[in-house]
Structure formats: structure tokens, C-alpha cells
Design a protein around this ligand. Structure first.
Ligand code: SAM
Length: 398
């Protein structure tokens, strides 16, 4: 059998070809970012609890080679317990081998079980984990019901989705069955994908009287990765998306408002809109709409958290440091309260006008009193920083 040793961060992993255990070097960025995020969460946890007994605990529910858990153990200060779980016998053998190779037996314990069962066993408040990491093949939806229950109050859920074709508008029906929302073919499909995933997490959490607060939501390569805190008590931040088939204007219709009532803080109700909330034809060009969603309608990042994360990224030793810094700098500048974005080339083509430079377009919008930002979710941004645009109601200015 052939062996391959991989060094990533502070972990050294043995991969045996006959074991066929999953390892994807392209996901180093995903793991680096997760370490930076968990470093801050563990730091905050220590500051809040101020107790040696209440140690930061992590469940990596789908662990494969154990690489991620071993890196968490070696690179996140203050972590005292990590459970690395996988359903595959070969994967578990590989985790055990790698855990002892890296000398982290005290911190990482191995579990051989269906992730769903592990999470359901830890759903009682005293048994919950401070962080739960889901990094499945494709879509995570089968794990979400259990996951939202086994994260402690104020704890963090980290979720990867690699089924981008489904999320980004190629298969709206599949997206509905898996994520409970209809995707649209739109230029801002990557941010729409992030918001569909957040909506899905929110609706799972709401079933158990809980809600999410996104810390960071990243679209990268062939996947999306979201980092959300989970709290108990409900709130609704979802909306339907109306896309005009003529001029492609996007309009959001919030899905009901929260009304707190009664003596108990957790009692609430919400109303669904009765009348068609958005005009049945587009107010700009008179065409009809496609309807997508629901999607997450609140901020997708926490700007203060992102600024702190930039410090961790700059001070840490990460293989993808430059990329982390670049993406986080764009994320920090994103208009957090304005969902979705337009691309400049598409706007120009809809209006049949010559493509202008982003600089010109930006200044024109700002002169009209609008706020403007780029979005990290448009993949062209790194080659050409002028492809991506979003701003408060800027379509009205056109
Ligand atoms: N997190 C790993 C990393 O960063 O290298 C990669 C995980 S890999 C994409 C997905 C893993 O999930 C596979 O090893 C597979 O055996 C495991 N898996 C699939 N279904 C599972 C289930 N129901 N319970 C536990 N593990 C499962």
C-alpha cells in the first residue's frame, strides 16, 4: 500500500491509498478560516465564563482523516476537548492513527457513529458542544436538525455546502427539497446561495425556539462556508426574492414580522403577507417576476467580529494568509444591511449602454447619495475589482 504524508498548518497527516479516506488540499483556506474564527470564539468563551471547568468543546461531526480536528487541537488556544467523528470505519482508523502521530490524544477523542446520532445524544443543554463543524460531501441538510440542537447557547455552528449547482440556480426544485428555498438564475447567485443556506439554518433553529446570528459567510472556490452563532429565543429574518424577468431588478419581500407579546419573552407570533406584497409586474419596466427564496434577509457577517478576525489572520501562520486577508478586507467593507448585488457588465447590457469603469459608476452612484460596496461573493472580483456592485436601491438611480 502506498503512503503519503501531508503537512498542513501544524498537523501532519498520513494518507494511505488503500484506505481511500477523503482529503482535499483546496480546502486549506476553509480550514485556515475556521481556525481563525474558532480562535476568537474560544477566546470570547474564556472571557465570558472565566472558569477553568467550563472548557471550550468542539464536535467535528464528519472528520475523514482527522486533519481538521488535529489542526483545531494544535492551533486553537484554550480548546480542551474535540470529538472527531466519522461513519466510515476506515476513516476512524485513519483519525486514530493521525491523532497519535500528532500527539494530541489528550485533546482529540475519536467516535465511530452516524453524525446525526452523535448530535442527538448531545442535545440536552448540559451535553451540548460550544462548536459544531459540519463539512459534508455536498449538501448538509440531513444533519441540520440535529446540529441546531446540540450547539450550546451562544455557541457556533460551522457549515460547508459544496453542492453549488443546486444552490446557485441550476436546479431550483432540488434546492427547494434540500434547503426549503427556490434558487434563481441571477448574477448574484453566490450571495443568494449564502442567504439560502442561512435561511435554512434559521428555519431549523426556529423549530426549537432558537435563532442564528451570522458571524461570517464566505463563498469560495466550489463551496460556501457559513459561521453562525446559535441562541435560544426566536426571531425571523427571512424574505422572498422577486426578480424582474425584464430589467432583472431584485426586490425583497420580508416574510412576516415578529410581534412580541405576552409576559413571557419567548412568546411570539408572526404574520404571513396576505396581499401580493410586491406589484405583480415590475414598476420599472412592466415585466413579470420570478419568485425565489425564502432567503436570509439580515446581515450575513458581524462587522466587528470580521475586524477582529483580520487581526487573527494577520498575526497567525496560515498557508492561505494572503487570501484570508484579501477576502476579509472585502467582507469588512460590504454593505451589511443591503442584501444581494448587481454586476456592472450585466447592468450595462440590460440598459444597452457601453460598459463604463467601476470607478465612474461608483462615483456617479455616490454623487446621487447612494452607498456602494463590492461583494466578496462575486468570483471575478479578484481578477477585476470592477465587476461587482451593490448599493442601497441603486437600481432606482439608473
Ligand atoms: N472535514 C474533513 C476535512 O476537513 O478534511 C472532510 C470531511 S469529508 C468531505 C466527509 C466525511 O463525512 C467522509 O469521511 C464520510 O465518511 C463522512 N460521512 C458521511 N456521512 C456521514 C454520517 N452520516 N455520519 C458521519 N460521517 C459521515
Amino acid at each position: 500500500e502506498s503512503e503519503k504524508v501531508v503537512q498542513e498548518g501544524k498537523a501532519q497527516i498520513l494518507l494511505l491509498s488503500d484506505k481511500n479516506v477523503f482529503y482535499n488540499p483546496v480546502q486549506e483556506f476553509n480550514r485556515d478560516l475556521s481556525i481563525a474564527v474558532l480562535t476568537l470564539c474560544s477566546e470570547d468563551h474564556r472571557a465570558q465564563t472565566n472558569s477553568e471547568d467550563d472548557q471550550f468543546t468542539i464536535l467535528e461531526a464528519l472528520s475523514a482523516s482527522g486533519l481538521r480536528s488535529i489542526r483545531y487541537a494544535k492551533e486553537i488556544p484554550g480548546v480542551k476537548k474535540i470529538v472527531a467523528n466519522d461513519i466510515s470505519e476506515k476513516a476512524v482508523a485513519s483519525i486514530q492513527e493521525n491523532v497519535s502521530r500528532n500527539g494530541v490524544e489528550q485533546l482529540v477523542s475519536t467516535s465511530h457513529d452516524d453524525a446525526v446520532m452523535v448530535m442527538y445524544r448531545h442535545r440536552r443543554p448540559t451535553e451540548r458542544f460550544h462548536a459544531v463543524d459540519l463539512d459534508p460531501y455536498g449538501c448538509p441538510s440531513q444533519f441540520l436538525d440535529a446540529a441546531v440542537q446540540c450547539v450550546s447557547d451562544g455557541g457556533i455552528l460551522l457549515v460547508t455546502c459544496t453542492d453549488m449547482a443546486v444552490l446557485a440556480g441550476n436546479c431550483p426544485e432540488t434546492c427547494y427539497t434540500k434547503y426549503g428555498a427556490i434558487s434563481l438564475r441571477v448574477k448574484c447567485c453566490h450571495e443568494l446561495a449564502l442567504r439560502i443556506v442561512l435561511q435554512c439554518l434559521e428555519s431549523h433553529a426556529n423549530r426549537y425556539g432558537r435563532y442564528i446570528v451570522p458571524l461570517l459567510s464566505i463563498s469560495a472556490d466550489f463551496y460556501v462556508r457559513v459561521f453562525v452563532k446559535i441562541y435560544t429565543s426566536p426571531a425571523i429574518k427571512l424574505a422572498l426574492v422577486y426578480q424582474c424577468v425584464g430589467c432583472e431588478t431584485l426586490t425583497l419581500q420580508p416574510l412576516g414580522q415578529e410581534h412580541k407579546y405576552g409576559e413571557k419573552p419567548n412568546q411570539f407570533k408572526f404574520t404571513l403577507p396576505h396581499a401580493p406584497p410586491v406589484a405583480s409586474t415590475c414598476v420599472h419596466c412592466g415585466h413579470r417576476h420570478h419568485i425565489g427564496g425564502p432567503i436570509w434577509n439580515g446581515p450575513i457577517h458581524d462587522v466587528e467580529f470580521v475586524s477582529r478576525l483580520e487581526n487573527v489572520a494577520s498575526c497567525g501562520e496560515f498557508g492561505t494568509k494572503k487570501r484570508m486577508q484579501g477576502v476579509l478586507a472585502v467582507v469588512r467593507e460590504e454593505l451589511m444591511d443591503v442584501p444581494l448585488y448587481y454586476t456592472l457588465d450585466r447592468l450595462c447590457s440590460v440598459l444597452h449602454c457601453e460598459t463604463m469603469s467601476m470607478m465612474q459608476f461608483r462615483s456617479a452612484l455616490m454623487n446621487c447619495g447612494y452607498r456602494v460596496s463590492l461583494s466578496h461573493a462575486n468570483k471575478n472580483i479578484h481578477q477585476d475589482r470592477c465587476t461587482c456592485q451593490r448599493g442601497v436601491g441603486h437600481h432606482e438611480a439608473l
